[in-house]
Structures are given as C-alpha cells and as structure tokens.
Design a protein around this ligand. Structure first.
Ligand code: CLR
Length: 264
C-alpha cells in the first residue's frame, strides 16, 4: 500500500512506520503549507538576490528625511498593509484555516499577521549591510528616521538580522510562518480546541522537515524567536497609539483600512 503514491516500502526500523497514515498526512500538510507560502510570498528570494546591489542613494535617503512624520508613517503604513495583505492570503490558503470559525480567523490575523510580516522580512534582509527591501530598493535603518521610532526600527532590524542569520530554506520559513499564525494562545479565541489541533499538526510538520533537512537544532532556535516577535508587535502597537494621539486625522482618513482593521 502507498507505492502508487510514491511512498517508501514498509520499514519496521523506521519509527514513522508505526503511523504510516499520519506521516502521509504530515507530508501533505508540509507540501500544502509550502505551496501557500510560495503563492503568496510577494517577492521571490532569487528575484531579490539579483537586486541586492540596489541600495538607496544619499539623495533618495534625503528625500525620505525631508518627509514629515505623518507622511513617512503613511508611506510605511501603506507598505506594511500591502505586506499584510499577502499574509492574509497565505492564511486563507493554509490547510484547515477556513475550517476555523471566522471570528477566530480574524483574531489569529489581528495578533499574528505582523509577526508573520517580520518573519518574512528576514527573507528580504541583507545581513552584509543590514538593509531590507522596502519601497523598491534596499534600505538601512536611517531611511526610517522620520518615523521618530528609532527603538522600534532598531529592534525590528536586529530581529531580521538574527533571523536571517539562521539561513532558513523557503519550506522552513513557510512552516515556521504557519506555526506563528496558528497559535491557540491568542486572545479572544472562541474555539481554542480547533486551533490547538491544527497547531499540533503544524508542530509535527516543522519537526518533520527539520529532521528531513538534518537541522533538528533549529527547532529550539526557532521557538526562541516566538517571544521576541511578541515583544516587537506590542512595541508596534504602542507606537501606533502614540502616533494616533499626535495625528488622529492622518490615521482616520489616510491609513489603509486593512491596517486599521488589524492594528487600530
Ligand atoms: C516585510 C516583507 C514583505 C515586504 C515588506 C514591506 C514593508 C516593510 C516590511 C517588509 C518589513 C517591516 C517594515 C515594512 C515597512 C515599514 C516596516 C520595514 C520588508 C517598519 C518596521 C516600520 C514600521 C512602521 C509602522 C509603525 C508604521 O514581503
């Protein structure tokens, strides 16, 4: 059985063979998560690899510096909102996500979409010069000066640097992103049990590919990132509240609806 599907023959030495159907299930889950990531990744890594030399010039950086605080916030909120839109699409294509009740889907995205954006940011990060692909070219922290939240920017860049240093493959990024999103501990969930069951499968999927890639030590290093992500996102929300007190009208009339819906 299973040979027609390209499954290996039964090997009693292989611990997985005690659960042949669940291994098949986990492999299908991995493939499906990786496909969802690939279809919604916004930029392909090879594509970005070829653009690594495209760095903002002194004049272009000056242009970002001459923007007012609210102009720069608006620009960043727009770019962030585009990135979040792709994460929403990723979530919708995750196996099992549509079976979660809609309120819980929204709760998972409210607390998890920014975290996934930050995980994805590490793919677009160049550790050689600490720049990230933003608004068409590679940008260092100085580009974001007008936001007046250097602490957030520093922390986000530090995170992207350390995450990028793990040199994850695309399948690893995909499954870790799914793990970050499908989190039964998020506030406001009505049916935690369903999220918990899906989460367990994604944890198996992560161990499975890391085992396959002979990189089991990554499991711990990835789980260590989870609280860091949480801290970055609460800092992001704090900054948004600070900005909204200063410029309520900019947020109200010019910020993208999706950004307000998820973070506002
Ligand atoms: C993430 C990966 C996406 C492309 C992308 C677009 C916008 C980038 C985002 C990435 C990373 C985080 C980012 C954002 C624009 C502004 C934001 C650099 C690279 C920083 C952290 C500033 C946040 C400012 C808010 C407080 C408005 O595929």
């Amino acid at each position: 059985p299973g040979a027609d599907m390209g499954l290996p023959p039964y090997d009693p030495e292989d611990a997985y063979c005690q659960y042949p159907t669940s291994l098949l299930h986990i492999e299908e889950l991995c493939a499906s998560i990786v496909r969802s990531h690939r279809e919604t990744s916004q930029y392909r890594v090879e594509e970005l690899q070829a653009l690594r030399w495209k760095i903002f010039t002194r004049e272009e950086i000056q242009m970002y510096h001459s923007k007012s605080v609210d102009e720069m916030w608006q620009l960043c909120a727009d770019r962030l909102s585009d990135a979040v839109q792709y994460v929403v699409e990723f979530a919708k294509r995750l196996p099992g996500f549509r079976q979660i009740r809609q309120n819980d889907q929204i709760n998972l995205l409210k607390s998890g979409s920014m975290e996934v954006v930050l995980v994805r940011m590490s793919r677009l990060f160049n550790t050689e010069n600490s720049t990230v692909f933003f608004d068409g070219k590679f940008a260092g922290t100085e580009v974001f000066k007008s936001l007046l939240c250097a602490d957030l920017i520093m922390a986000v860049f530090d995170f992207a640097h350390s995450m990028s240093a793990l040199r994850l493959t695309e399948p690893q990024v995909a499954i870790f992103s799914a793990l970050v999103l499908i989190n039964p501990d998020r506030p406001g969930l009505e049916d935690r049990g369903r999220v918990q069951r899906l989460r367990k499968d994604i944890e198996l999927a992560l161990s499975h590919i890391l085992h396959r890639d002979n990189q089991e030590s990554l499991v711990h290093r990835l789980y260590q990132k989870v609280p860091v992500l949480k801290g970055l996102c609460s800092l992001h929300i704090d900054k948004l509240h600070w900005f909204r007190q200063l410029y309520p009208l900019t947020v109200h009339t010019h910020f993208p609806p999706l950004y307000k819906e998820l973070f506002g």
